[in-house]
Design a protein around this ligand. Sequence first.
Ligand code: MG
Length: 394
Amino acid sequence: MKRIILHSDFNSFYASVECMMHPEIAHLPVAVTGDPQARHGVVLAKNEIAKQYGIKTGETIWSAKRKCPDLHTVLPHFDEYRRISQEAFALYNSYTPRVEPFGLDECWLDMSAPGMTFSAAEEFANMLRKQIKSEMGLTVSVGVSFTKSFAKLASDLKKPDAVSVISDTDYTEKAWQLPCEALLYVGKSSRRKLNEHGIYTIGDIARMPQEIMRSILGKSGVMLHEYANGRDSSQVEYAAAAHDVKSVGNSTTTDHDLTTRDEVCAVIYSLADKVAGRLRKAELLCSTVQISVRDKNMVTTEKQIKLQSPSDISNEIAEAAMSLFDAHYSAEITPVRALGVHTTQLTSSGENHQTSLFEDVEKREKLSALDSARDKLRKKYGKSMVNRASDVNI
Ligand SMILES: [Mg+2]
């Protein structure tokens, strides 16, 4: 079976999250930095606009401001980055448990399956890219390839918001012309040593006799030689991640403020339906439902509620989310700009659960049957064919 591996990488992650949280700065050159008062404050991340001024990660704020006097600097919010990272991994995990994180904002996904082709994988990668953009308001670059190292390389080929493929038939053409430091694990000092031996591109590495590569860089020289020739059998390490899905959620930013309960209700039902569908697909049940509400003043708050018994039923999750909204918010008083429905305390649906004495067993079974009927129809006819009555475009 052909291996198909994706590498998904958020574009300018920290800076993009900051711009998403503060749309009023999104059109400015933005850098996330250490404390500007500290003498050694440096740039931790920058957005695309700041990049055009030649600002580099790791340079001092002082030097960055010299290149771009109007640079808008913000302090990092790591809790927020971690929260969004978890949301992204939950989304990846809803498609496959074979997800290996590489830092907060990157991961590999092993999409190998009988009959899976590069073009089908490319289509999937584009769907994933669009879903992340519409649900999370952030962009990713996705690489599709047959080894982890080439998948990572492919995700760097085109940014932002793009998909690139390096296949087993075109890697000599697409990868070999790139500078050697584009390859995973070629850092500054390896690059210098390689350059000293007249090795400048990935193709140069690939064409070198392996023993020469060993004499230059030892074991890692051999490894790089294998990578450059498309021989990287390292697996997507997912065992820990599969059991580590802490939450499944969806959120959306609406293009106008929601000012009535009905509008909020429509969005919450639609989000809850997506979330519940993902839980069912991953064979998970949730015990806690959480909503996040961003109001028109860009203040985000979260509320959560424990369910009577673990659930993957669209209607139950939607009702719980709506009860939270009704208890804590009013769209008529404070219009809503973004909504999220998240589920946590997840357990495998294969496990036996103690059912609550109070629940209406018959009603639950009916709702559950309805959901699985809709799941089947969706699988057969595509997502858009079978929507809940409350699905509206807002
Ligand atoms: Mg990134």
